[in-house]
Design a binder for this molecule. Sequence first.
Ligand SMILES: Nc1nc2c(c(=O)[nH]1)N[C@H]1C(S)=C(S)[C@@H](COP(=O)(O)O)O[C@H]1N2
Ligand SMILES: [Mo]
Length: 353
Amino acid sequence: MSLRVRLGRSPPPRLVDWSLFALVGLAVATGITSFWVGHPSGAALFWIHAVAGLSIPPLLALKFRRVAGRVRDRRAWDHATPLSILLAAVAVAAAGTGVAWAVGVTVPLGFWTLLNLHILFGLLLVPVLLVHLRARYRPLRRVDVRERRVALQYAGLVAAAGVTSALLRWLAARLGTPAATRRFTGSRALDADADLPVTSWVADDPDPVDPATWTLSVDGLVARPLELELDDLDATAERRALLDCTSGWYAERDWRGVRLGGLLDEAGVTDDAAWVTVRSVTGYRWSLPLDEARNALLATHLSGDRLDHGHGYPIRLVAPDRRGFQWVKWVEAVEVGRRPDPRRWIDIFVSGL
Ligand SMILES: Nc1nc2c(c(=O)[nH]1)N[C@H]1C(S)=C(S)[C@@H](COP(=O)(O)O)O[C@H]1N2
Ligand SMILES: [Mo]
């Protein structure tokens, strides 16, 4: 009885605020890094993201209860109050779209998915929170973290978030919502017989490649640089692989093409080679560690048909266990190096401009 009463008291306001800050930081950091996790060994990252994210709403509710009076009374407003309200709205929107995506809500947003919106609100939280902090910063004091009951409350909060996350997954499966097929990344399965959507971001949209003038070069740290034409490629390697796009869908399909490892052997990589960068005609590129690259495919065919322009004709990278954005389309160059190409971080965003 006394335990319940004591647990019922709110944690100190500053602790609530600081833990909101920490949880938002954790949710944003795990959310951003999750973009380049495609292998199930990284599933814990998504789990932490869910638990951090779901721990936020209860604390927000406490905070809203605390400041409600000050917000309702217009005379109590100061220059920073509108921004605080904006921050509250963005936080609620980020949490709401995350939960809605997880249970399978589908809203027609044109090109966008709820997951894209969730990402947008999540990223927006960062600048708004920083400006809010400038106006409202209060240091955390010893007295704010001294009580044992607070530790219990937080343990309960995290446990409840974990249970809620599992419940949402169960609910989606039980109700058979579109999220029932959700992978650990949050992406939903595309119908097995559906055409793969064409997904290029930031308008990376080159003219169709002319096979008469197109060549594939393999150079960098190699003994014999190659310059190949389409007919030179012995596209007989087959591979079933799962493409998981960060906009929230995945599809397992049959691909055919040349093993990148075969080309690298033909070119003879030197001893100091460690990374392979695959670049498109637009400059869009990604780098893979040498061993992983050997195992990747430069595909010419998808589900038995020659690639069409949208999917990367004449060849595109198939990088199993990597996220979709790393599957470079319209490939024209393979560069072997000592290090990953730092330009990839810029070029995946600006190659279409
Ligand atoms: N050159 C280039 N390759 C690209 C992209 C791009 O914009 N430019 N988009 C990537 C993204 S975000 C995804 S999900 C996959 C989608 O492949 P698809 O269009 O064949 O379905 O291609 C990837 N390869
Ligand atoms: Mo994507």
